[in-house]
Write a protein that binds this ligand. Structure first.
Ligand SMILES: O=P(O)(O)OC[C@H]1O[C@](O)(CO)[C@@H](O)[C@@H]1O
Length: 317
């Protein structure tokens, strides 16, 4: 897992938007070979979508050959309800870019047979050969998609009851009225996300700090389903400063050091090596140039340190 820390929510979102643009453009999707993108809702991804729309308007990215799969949808909320995830995605992204409506996949929380709906969703993802990049948010309790604490780490798309903490957090979208928040949702499973070739997570604000601490410094645990990414070969978590508040200074210093190493390697650009199908950057000894305001300036980083995972540019172990 790689951790990227940015000053605030906007710069964290900007980092991810550029990352997605780079991935799609490098992939150069076509009708026969589309890029399969997993997408989240929630407030954290909104600035990412804003940046993607701007990039589209500037001609830097096209969604013509991108097929999307959303993470989740409330059960029982009409599709055109202002707070349905169908409405959210169209308002924030789909209505403003050149995506083919046939390429948009969002679970139908009003399907007559919800189990069948979930089974078909999984099958459709499989039909396309899996998801290339799954973008996600995280709940304050560490859930990924709607895989609430206690979810099976081998779960697939299914019906879930929402945790009280999630309903409380989402009440802000329903005039603060808990009674209006749907109690159930359809959601991709932990394993559905784990099967993506790459997973990128946005987590911003102090309310995500405990979840980030648990997912990064704790063990793999079903009470914080985001922690499953420790087992993913190519995952990236992008946070703002506030979301790092519960992390150890040493943890923050380590991940900042990893990023500097990658940036330096990119400048010197020795030929790329291939590791398990993932592009890896050449290894550089870290001779650290710490900015005085950096937390890591208080920590001595060795002249050379093991950079096995630190050097993979396409996420890392
Ligand atoms: O970004 P926010 O508003 O904190 O919401 C994040 C939440 O939204 C969701 O994306 C809902 O699908 C969850 O994965 C996550 O809990």
């Amino acid at each position: 897992m790689r951790l990227i820390i940015r000053e605030d929510a906007d710069t964290a979102a900007e980092y991810i938007a550029e990352y997605i643009i780079e991935r799609i453009n490098t992939f150069a999707p076509t009708t026969e070979r589309p890029f399969i993108l997993g997408l989240p809702t929630g407030s954290s991804p909104v600035p990412i979508y804003r940046s993607l729309v701007t990039a589209y308007q500037m001609g830097r990215i096209s969604f013509r050959h991108v097929i999307t799969f959303n993470m989740d949808e409330y059960v029982g909320l009409p599709r055109d309800h202002p707070e349905s995830y169908y409405t959210f995605m169209h308002t924030n992204l789909f209505n403003h870019v050149d995506i083919d409506p046939d390429n948009i996949n969002i679970l139908n929380g009003n399907a007559p047979d919800l189990q069948e709906e979930c089974t078909m969703y999984e099958a459709k993802i499989q039909k396309y050969g899996g998801i290339h990049l799954f973008l996600g948010g995280v709940g304050s309790d560490g859930h990924i998609a709607f895989n609430e604490p206690g979810s099976s780490l081998s779960s697939r798309t299914r019906l879930k009851s929402l945790a009280y903490e999630t309903m409380l957090a989402n009440a802000r979208f329903f005039n603060g009225d808990m009674g209006l928040v749907p109690r159930m949702a359809l959601t991709v499973g932990v394993q559905t996300i784990m099967n993506a070739k790459e997973v990128v997570i946005i987590a911003t604000g102090a309310s995500k700090a405990l979840a980030i601490q648990s997912a990064i410094e704790g063990g793999v645990n079903h009470m914080c389903t985001l922690s499953c990414l420790q087992l993913h070969p190519c995952s990236l978590v992008v946070v703002d400063q506030d979301a790092t508040m519960e992390l150890k200074v040493k943890t923050v210093a380590y991940f900042r050091g990893v990023e500097r190493t990658i940036q330096k390697s990119a400048k010197t650009r020795r030929p790329l090596v291939q590791t398990n199908g993932i592009h890896a950057e050449p290894v550089e000894a870290e001779t650290d140039e710490l900015s005085p305001d950096s937390m890591s300036s208080r920590i001595q980083i060795p002249q050379s340190f093991p950079v096995r995972s630190a050097t993979i540019s396409y996420g890392s172990t």
